[in-house]
Write a protein that binds this ligand. Structure first.
Ligand SMILES: Cc1cc2nc3c(=O)[nH]c(=O)nc-3n(C[C@H](O)[C@H](O)[C@H](O)COP(=O)(O)O)c2cc1C
Length: 482
């Protein structure tokens, strides 16, 4: 609304203009807020209520899963727990590809005999290294998180495929020891089931600092799974929610770690390799400590690595992706001119032989599979491993649930899955032009996304996306038909 201007208002403005020597000869118009009268002529009618996730289809922000999470937290008043690893998309091995088109090489029945896949782990200081038939291990998974039958099935499959099994937290089972040819015995901060007798019948020892799913935290086993048998082997009371400490009580830093390492060497008469398991956090520093402290091998687990139980917030948000982890590890060792005598075993989201070869090309010496092995052995990925009532008898200690697990059948399924890795690793190695998988290198890789190129320093070559995608069924048939 335009109104008249008071004379002293006009004088004030003129005085201001003169002060700054601004010439002005015109007239002023005063516009004031119209107050109550400033209204749109037509008011918007009250709209039909629509939930956010219906009306904003393109946005996944407040999706039903997020809402459910908030409701449940509203009921229980604490963070939530689940199994498996991070589910959010982060740059991973799918974001890199082989520089050569490996799909065009014709199948060769002699692949498995012609290509060297043999891998040794842990020979740095003269202990007897693990001798693996290919660069793959079974990842440490505890008896407790997994049922006895599953631990035996994994041990058997590892023997049939000539690779190693790992006790994980919570002690060594006699049947597991009998089934596995090569067994790594893991020492966690809670020292549950840890003893010299089992150390001396292990083929390697590994000290757990943390894992990719929950860097900085120890094991977590909910009360339902702490049965009398499990409590006895772990040396704890029955039916409590068990949380292992976040660190070893006697390891406050790198110096104590050396002492612990020497203790392990003495207890095992310097005969077996001693390794360290680390979740990927400050890898660049941690890998240097592991090297200087004198470990024979490192098992390094990225953000995507799974667990039997952890808080969802930690699972999704703590740690760095497996791809960043391997790169930081390789760079860190390079920075201190470390030789290649400390073996680097990478894990966290490795699902097939393609991933294994990519990992080796990035600089790992070996890989390890957890989730993939249990999926091969019947896991349905419901992510409820912590609850204790696993419908397929895998993540349970309840005899009724465990009875559903067909040990003999699933051990063979895991073994066949491992053999599928062997074929893929051999075929890709040959397609890349080598007769030894340990000759693959960074020159064999390109990055498909700017993020992956940034993380790894590989050349960014998005044009490989099309040629490196898996063939569809029809394309495969076409190709067969010539
Ligand atoms: C059921 C389950 C139990 C696990 N228990 C342990 C354990 O006792 N000690 C350990 O170092 N890591 C443990 N992990 C983590 C694995 O060793 C490994 O770091 C991770 O699963 C590797 O990633 P991947 O599952 O994608 O292969 C466990 C993982 C799962 C799925």
């Amino acid at each position: 609304m335009i109104v008249d201007m008071e004379p002293d208002e006009r004088d004030d403005i003129m005085e201001f203009l003169e002060r700054y020597k601004l010439k002005f000869n015109g007239d002023f118009t005063k516009v004031v807020n119209a107050g109550k009268k400033l209204r749109y002529a037509n008011q918007e009618p009250r709209s039909r209520p629509q939930p956010f996730f219906v009306s904003s289809k393109s946005s996944n922000y407040w999706n039903p899963k997020v809402q459910e999470d908030i409701w449940i937290k509203g009921e229980v008043g604490r963070y939530r727990i689940r199994g498996y690893g991070a589910s959010k998309p982060v740059p991973h091995l799918n974001d890199i590809a082989f520089a050569r088109d490996v799909s065009t090489v014709a199948p060769n029945p002699d692949e498995l005999t012609d290509i060297n896949l043999k891998t040794t782990v842990g020979g740095r200081f003269g202990a007897k290294p693990l001798g693996l038939s290919m660069p793959v291990m079974i990842a440490p998974m505890s008896f407790g998180a997994l049922s006895r039958k599953v631990k035996i099935a994994l041990a058997r499959a590892s023997r049939l495929s000539g690779i190693s099994e790992n006790t994980g937290e919570g002690g060594m089972l006699d049947e597991q020891r009998a089934e596995a040819d090569q067994l790594i015995f893991q020492c966690l901060s809670g020292r549950l089931g840890w003893n010299v007798k089992d150390m001396q019948r292990a083929d390697a020892i590994e000290i757990y600092i943390s894992q990719g799913a929950k860097p900085g935290l120890g094991g977590q086993l909910m009360a339902k799974k702490v049965t009398p048998e499990l409590a006895a082997i772990r040396g704890i009371p029955v039916g409590i929610d068990l949380r292992s400490p976040s660190r070893h009580p006697d390891v406050l830093g790198a110096d104590d770690l050396v002492i612990k390492l020497q203790e392990f060497r003495e207890a095992t008469f310097h005969k077996v390799p001693i390794g360290i398991k680390m979740g990927a956090g400050r890898v660049n520093d941690d890998i240097k400590i592991a090297y200087k402290d004198g470990f024979d091998f490192v098992e390094l687990d990225g953000l995507q690595g799974s667990t039997g139980a952890a808080s969802t917030e930690v699972l999704e948000n703590v740690g760095i992706p497996t791809l960043s982890a391997v790169q930081e590890a390789v760079d860190g060792l390079h920075e201190i001119d470390a030789g290649d005598d400390m073996d680097l075993v990478m894990m966290g989201g490795i699902k097939d032989g393609v991933d294994v070869v990519k990992m080796l090309a990035l600089g790992a010496d070996c890989t390890s599979v957890g989730t993939a092995a249990i999926i091969a052995g019947g896991c349905i990925a419901c992510m409820q491993c912590h609850v204790g009532t696993c419908p397929v008898g895998i993540a349970t200690q309840d005899p009724v649930h465990e009875a559903r697990y067909d040990l003999d059948r699933q051990a063979m399924n895991i073994h066949r899955y491992l053999e599928s890795l062997r074929w893929q690793i051999a075929a890709i190695t040959r397609a890349l032009g080598y007769d030894d998988v340990h000759r693959v290198n960074r020159g064999d890789l390109v990055a498909l996304t700017p993020e992956a190129a940034d993380i790894t320093g590989l050349p960014y070559a998005p044009e490989h996306k099309e040629t490196r995608r898996p063939l569809t069924g029809l394309e495969l048939l076409d190709r067969k038909a010539g």
